[in-house]
Structure formats: C-alpha cells, structure tokens
Ligand binder design. Structure first.
Ligand SMILES: *Cc1c(COP(=O)(O)O)cnc(C)c1O
Length: 468
C-alpha cells in the first residue's frame, strides 16, 4: 500500500512538469493547483478503498487528462445561444426578443466604459437615469412622463405599492389570470401591500361592478390585459373609457397593465390587432405598464408611462431603487426606441418584427434548403417533410391568433415506441453545439422555420447529429 501511495506524483512535481504548462497558462495557478489536489485526494481514497482496477495509481498523463477534463467542464458556459424552432417567436424560456444590431452595439458601448448614466453633462451635477429614455417614450406614446424598471412584473408591483399601499384595488374576475407561469395579479397585489377586491364574474363584468366596489378605502382602478387567455361566447368586459370615467368621477387613478404593449398598430404588418400604448392612454388610462422584451422587441424591462404627478410619486418610492434598470438595459431600450422613429423600416431592423411579419416564401426557401439534408440524415429512422404549421407570437400575446408558417416534420418510421423515439430525436437536436429546440406534435418532431434565418450556418452543424 505504502509503495503504491508513494508512486503518486506530488502536487509540485505535477505543476512543474511540462504537461501542465498549457493548463497553467489557460486557467491560472490557483485553479490548477486546487484541481490537482482534489484529484490526488480522490486517487488516494480510491487506493485506500481498493476501488482502483488495476491496482496501480494513474500516471502523470492520466492525471493531467483528468485535471484538464475537470477544468474544461467547469468553464463551459451554461447560457448558450440556441435555435428557437418552437414556433413561438417571443418565447419566454428562450429569452424573448432578439436585440437589433443597434441595441447590441449600444449595450457593448455602455458595458465597456464609464457613462453619464446618472450625471448631467451640462451642469456637472447628479442626473436621472430615466432621462435617457423618457424623451423618446413621451414622443412615441404621447405620455406626459415615463420611467423604467426591471420588468413588467416589477412595474405592476411598483405602481400598486406606490398608489394603493394598504388600500383596496377592484379587479375584474375575468382578468385575474396567471401569465407565464409565475406572474399572478393576486400574488403581486398582496406583496405590493394592496387588498384585491374581486368584482364581476369570470366571463362577465359590468360598469356597475366597478362603481359598487368603490369605497373610501379604494386606492385605484385597474385593468389587466388578459393577453394569454380568452373566454369566448357569453362575455362582457367594461371598455377602458368607461372604467376611466368611473375612476375619475371618484378621484382615483386608472391603471392599465397592458403586458405586451405595442407602440405601433400591428395590423400594418399583417399581424393581429392589439391595443397600442397610445390608444390605451387616449382611452383615459392614467398609467400604462408594459414589457420591454415582448412586442416592443427590446431587452427585459418594465415601462411605466402616463401622468407626470403619478410617475413622480413612483420615482420617489424607495422600492424604485430596488427595481431600477441597469445601464445596459437603458442603452438597449434607447436604441430600440430610436428605431420606432422610422416605422417604415421597423420590419427590416427590429428582429422580433422581422420574424413576426416574415414572408411565407422566405420560410419556404429555408425549408427547401434544410429539407434534403435532414432527409439524408434520418433516411432509415424517420420520414422528413416540409409541412404547414402555425407560429405563435408568444409571451402572452394573442394565443388564438396564429401566423401561417412552415415546419420540418420528423416522423419516426418505426411505429412502436414512437413517444420514446420522438423524445430521443428532440434530445439529439438539443445536444448540438448550437442546440435546436423544436416541439412534438401529432407524432412528429416539428421544427418551425419562422425563426431560422441563416440556413447555411444551421446546416453546417447537422453532420454532428448522432443518429444510430
Ligand atoms: C407578461 C405580462 C406581465 C409580466 O411581464 P414581465 O415583463 O414578464 O415581467 C404582466 N402582465 C401582463 C398582462 C403580461 O402579459
């Protein structure tokens, strides 16, 4: 035993050996030394417990390989770019909007140097980080004032906490929805320190439901855009204008959580109608909250626009400090908003719009380029074809309005154990250097091509698919 143990090389011997030269250069002395120590201690433990077969300690080369493997694994980036072929363009789990080049450049610039984030260059005094985005937000939405926070959930929390702390907020039962799995109005409301007063029913809420709910304890009236949920048939909700009138008769602010919040009329791009932020303000909302990374096409952020006196109150809430946005977000939002000044080129410059309004012809072109390659790869195992499908906007936007698209359908030829084969194919696609994320539908793996623009690059990694 002692003999075997003494044949294990020492840390110093390993470190000074030429085998470790590259590793030291790449990872630095501390990490390499720590990793060697850990691996040597594992080797000693194995020898002591008699686990090593054959019964000899690993040689220098083997130890080096183990150290390299461990350090390499440790340095793998877990956050990777992927191909979103799920058919959901603004996919929350896949990072929602893709930033336009202008915004990427602005982020890089803001990240790499000091900036006048909260510094007034004219006076040399302390500035306001909202000043960089407020002007454009006012110009584009017509609002009096605007402020940014971390995301729209934060925007709703902050508005409620500022204007209705320890007060009641009546909300229609038809609007108490859960969005994206973890955003629920009742939960946000209680954490904001408000008391939710449920009014109306799931399918029908009337103007009198709002009027009857108002007491001396009411803090504000609120409407929530039920973006990802619809009740059809015998339904009634109260128009923004009417709720606004009731709120204003009672000297209460009227707040609308728009969720997706588009700044332009989507119908101009052949997309389904969605109320714009400006329309919502025009119908009497005193404040409107919406996301930066949904239909707006920017980075994660929450945007609050509306009456200046209310925005001022919001900005002086200490929670605003906890929810404030970073300089990179501000840089990106500003760059994205500038694109809205030239709406004619929005579909060209803003990736979300480009993908949402993409020509079917262009999707078919990509399909025809990818199809033969995948057919060849799956010759034995699956039938591969180009089929019609429907994409969704995603992020809670208009789930019932689908965009006609094309998908590669990979249908396993062996009938038995279909389910397992489908999940296996999905797994293989996810193991590619740039993982490919599709979905399973009607016995096939569907790869919706709406969000695949660079087919040559996509094809270049497909030979790595290990189909057995
Ligand atoms: C998406 C959404 C939210 C949450 O927005 P995040 O930016 O994801 O925090 C809140 N309200 C509505 C109506 C939404 O659609």
């Amino acid at each position: 035993m002692d003999k075997r143990r003494s044949s294990i090389p020492s840390v110093d011997k390993l470190l000074s050996s030429s085998l470790f030269k590259d590793l030291l250069k790449q990872f630095g002395r501390t990490q390499v030394t720590d990793t060697i120590r850990r691996i040597l201690s594992e080797i000693r433990d194995d020898l002591n417990s008699g686990n090593t077969v054959p019964d000899v300690p690993p040689d220098m080369q083997e130890i080096t390989d183990r150290v390299r493997a461990e350090l390499t694994t440790r340095h793998i980036d877990t956050l990777k770019t992927v191909y979103n072929l799920t058919g959901t363009v603004l996919h929350t789990n896949l990072g929602r909007s893709i930033l336009p080049q202008e915004a990427i450049e602005a982020v890089v610039a803001a990240a790499g140097g000091a900036s006048n984030l909260e510094y007034d260059l004219a006076t040399g005094e302390r500035g306001d980080r909202d000043s960089h985005t407020e002007g454009l937000l006012r110009e584009i939405t017509g609002a009096e004032a605007a402020t940014l926070v971390n995301n729209n959930a934060a925007a709703v929390l902050l508005v409620l906490n500022t204007l209705a702390l320890n007060a009641e907020v009546p909300v229609s039962r038809g609007e108490l929805v859960e969005i994206g799995g973890s955003f629920r109005i009742p939960d946000i409301m209680s954490r904001a320190g408000c008391t939710l007063v449920e009014i109306g029913t799931t399918n029908r809420t009337h103007a009198r439901d709002y009027s009857n709910a108002i007491t001396s304890r009411t803090g504000l009236l609120m409407k929530v855009h039920t973006s990802n949920y619809q009740v059809r048939g015998f339904t009634k909700s109260v128009a923004d204008k009417e709720v606004a009138a009731i709120a204003h008769e009672n000297n209460l602010p009227f707040v609308t959580d728009l969720g997706s919040g588009t700044l332009v009329d989507l119908q101009s791009w052949g997309l389904p109608y969605e109320p714009t932020v400006t329309e919502t303000l025009d119908s009497g909302a005193d404040l409107v909250t919406f996301s930066g990374d949904k239909l707006l096409g920017g980075p994660q952020a929450g945007i609050i626009v509306g009456r200046k006196d209310l925005i001022d109150q919001i900005k002086s809430n200490p929670l605003k400090r906890a929810l404030r946005v970073d300089k990179m977000t501000i840089a990106a939002i500003h760059a994205v908003l500038k694109l809205y000044l030239d709406p004619d080129n929005l579909a060209k410059k803003l990736p979300s719009f480009r993908l949402l309004s993409r020509d079917l012809e262009d999707i078919i072109r990509v399909g025809n380029s990818v199809l033969p390659i995948l057919q060849k790869i799956f010759t034995e195992q699956a039938e591969v074809s180009l089929v019609d499908c429907s994409s969704q906007i995603g992020s809670g936007s208009m789930p019932l309005d689908l965009l006609p698209s094309k998908a590669i359908a990979i249908k396993p030829t062996r009938r038995k154990g279909d389910g397992k084969q489908l999940t296996r194919i999905c797994h293989l696609l996810r193991q590619l250097p740039v993982p490919v994320i599709g979905r399973i539908k009607e016995g096939a793996v569907m790869l919706d091509l709406r969000c695949l623009e660079d087919d040559a690059k996509f094809i270049s990694q497909l030979h790595l698919l290990k189909i057995e």
